[in-house]
Design a binder for this molecule. Structure first.
Ligand SMILES: Cc1ncc(C[n+]2csc(CCOP(=O)(O)OP(=O)(O)O)c2C)c(N)n1
Ligand SMILES: [Mg+2]
Length: 581
């Protein structure tokens, strides 16, 4: 008991863990995605205590694997914009989240990762002292180093008296732009300390808010508007701006007003693909001919090894993260850079342009829109041609499979596209009328789509969540854990595995570097995986509906049956044997 509490017996006192749970609710954490261990005894005890008393605390989602827990938090944040709590076991649980932390960090999604630390007392000096084998071997010198490259902030709670202050600080940092992961560690002895309720302060969001992006310097905005006035071939490339509704609208409005072709690179779909300005996912041909280009919230607009930029082009770079401080190398052009809320900045640019626009400018923009329509029509024709080939038994064409899926998915459905070498078929064949309805990880750690689909389903239960992965990606996603959570928490998702018999990306990479090498000559790419796998059984073990297809003729009916099962309340797993790698 603290000295103050001992003096004033009329003030109730509770443990740090009790205030910790209260503090999580106060900072707006709806859910704790958990994988527990001995470090959490004080928290588990207070969970029961608070429940018993009917007091607020986050909902608890127990995940058999940390990869599911952390990626569920990512899915929830993708839908709501709000970071959630992920509670894992000391160093080992933290290590199991590293892949997800990489993905969250690279996707600029907020999350509050938390872990215990081995107790530091060994002779029972304090409540929570070491009492089992693992406490002696689970304390590395630098626990946070396991995830540090992917963190914006980290701390070990030094005392329960500051638990709410620490949580507010963690929250402000994860939610401030650019958003991302933060990490809090806590020892058992700290969690079991008792504090009087009047010693623990509350830190309201009103006074300790996160910081957003904001607009840009009007002089820079005017300079960019001037460039657009005389541009003949303007293009815009964006990766993740459309996560904010106003940014999505601003891109579309500016593009339509000025006749700008819009390309998307990775992450989300930023504008409706029905927009008269959306032209696709590869700006490679357009980049050398662009006289004015804008990069808007994008990490990799093109691959410099494939595309040479024109030195005469004028590039503006508008980004919540212009410097990309998380990347040692980042050398995309920007004659003018504006860091801030891209939606807000594009609204400013449009305003400035509208004030300057002449009839001649408007006529030129209209003419450009007609040219863009030709590009759009070409894209649609190319997609239709690719999908017309259904493939053959044992080798369903992924383009056909995705086109059939696209016919029956509604506009609200969200696709988590982890298709790797078949990701292009997903993008090309599934029409997306609404922004933010296809999602790819900004990071490269495979095994994310199942967790994201589950977390998104938790945040938006009425929407259909579709996870599309390769056979390799399916293994990485700890599918038994995904389907267990789906069953236990009634979160039905539609999982599609495009099985091309192994790691095609690895094979293709070898061929790119050594087009005529020994690997090709021997046809040995170290990429084939177990050939006779019945993935459906993994889902079925947890009550999901499973279906395996290898004949293109079965595709439409199988998709319909799976969707019916998901709508009926249980997950469906469609294992499709597609064109072999
Ligand atoms: C966690 C992790 N480990 C390894 C890799 C390297 N990697 C990139 S793509 C790939 C193959 C994925 O196979 P699959 O999902 O079947 O897609 P395919 O390449 O066959 O289209 C691998 C192993 C990775 N990105 N992430
Ligand atoms: Mg594969």
């Amino acid at each position: 008991m603290s000295t103050t509490a001992a003096r004033r017996t009329n003030v109730p006192d509770y443990t740090t863990a009790y205030y910790f749970l209260e503090g999580l609710s106060e900072i707006g954490i709806d859910y704790l995605f958990c994988n527990f261990g001995t470090d959490h005894a004080p928290i588990i005890n207070e969970m029961a205590h608070r429940k018993q008393r009917g007091e607020a605390m986050p909902g608890v989602v127990r995940c058999p694997h940390e990869n599911t827990a952390a990626h569920m938090a990512a899915g929830y944040a993708f839908i709501t914009g709000r970071g959630q709590g992920v509670l894992v076991h000391v160093d080992v649980g933290t290590a199991n989240t590293a892949n997800a932390m990489h993905n969250l960090y690279r996707s600029r999604l907020p999350v509050l990762l938390m872990a215990g630390k081995a107790p530091y007392t060994v002779n029972d000096e304090l409540v929570g002292s070491r009492d089992t084998y693992v406490h002696f071997i689970q304390e590395p010198f630098d626990q946070a180093s396991l995830v540090r490259p992917y963190l914006k902030w980290e701390w070990t709670l030094p005392s329960g008296v500051v638990v709410k202050e620490a949580l507010r600080r963690a929250h402000s940092i994860m939610q401030s732009e650019p958003r991302g992961p933060v990490y809090l560690m806590m020892q058992r002895e700290t969690l079991t300390q008792r504090w009087a309720s009047d010693e623990i302060h509350r830190y309201s969001e009103d006074q300790f808010a996160a910081t957003g992006g904001g607009g840009a310097d009007p002089k820079l905005v005017a300079a960019l508007a001037d460039k657009f006035m005389t541009a003949e071939n303007p293009i815009l490339i964006t990766g993740y701006a459309g996560r904010h509704d106003h940014a999505s609208k601003a891109i579309d409005a500016l593009a339509q007003f000025a006749g700008i072709a819009v390309y998307e690179a990775n992450m989300t779909n930023n504008i409706s693909h029905d927009s008269p300005c959306f032209v696709g996912f590869s700006p490679d041909k357009a980049v050398p001919n662009a006289d004015v280009g804008i990069l808007v919230d994008v990490d990799v607009p093109w691959f410099p090894s494939d595309v040479k930029t024109n030195e005469k082009s004028f590039w503006a770079h508008i980004d919540i993260d212009t410097l990309k401080p998380g990347s040692p190398m980042w050398t995309f052009p920007g004659n003018l850079r504006m860091q801030g809320d891209s939606g807000r900045i594009l609204e400013q640019v449009l305003e400035a342009l509208k004030a300057k626009a002449t009839p001649r400018f408007k006529a030129a923009a209209a003419e450009r829109l007609a040219r863009i329509k030709t590009l759009r029509d070409e894209r649609v024709a190319r997609a239709a041609k690719l999908a017309a080939d259904k493939g053959k038994p044992g080798a369903i064409n992924p383009h056909y499979l995705m086109a059939e899926l696209g016919k029956v998915l509604d506009d609200d459905a969200i696709i988590f596209n982890e298709g790797v070498t078949n990701a292009g078929a997903v993008l090309l064949q599934i029409p997306r009328k609404r922004p933010n309805t296809t999602m790819r990880s900004g990071g490269g750690g495979l095994g994310w789509s199942g967790g994201l689909a589950l977390g998104a389903k938790l945040a938006a239960p009425d929407r259909m969540m579709v996870q599309i992965s390769g056979d390799g990606g399916f293994y990485f996603g700890n599918p038994s854990s995904v389907f267990a959570v789906s069953q236990q928490y009634k979160l039905p998702i539609f999982s599609i595995v495009m099985d091309n018999t192994g790691w095609n990306a690895v094979k293709q990479s070898t061929l790119r570097v050594f087009p005529e090498g020994e690997a090709k000559a021997a046809s040995e790419f170290e990429s084939e995986l177990a050939p006779k796998v019945a993935f459906t059984k993994v889902g079925e073990a947890f009550g999901a509906y499973g279906e395996e297809i290898s004949d293109p003729a079965d595709v439409p009916a199988a998709i319909a049956r799976c969707l019916k099962e998901v709508r009926g309340g249980r997950s469906a797993l469609l294992h499709a044997r597609v064109t072999k790698m």
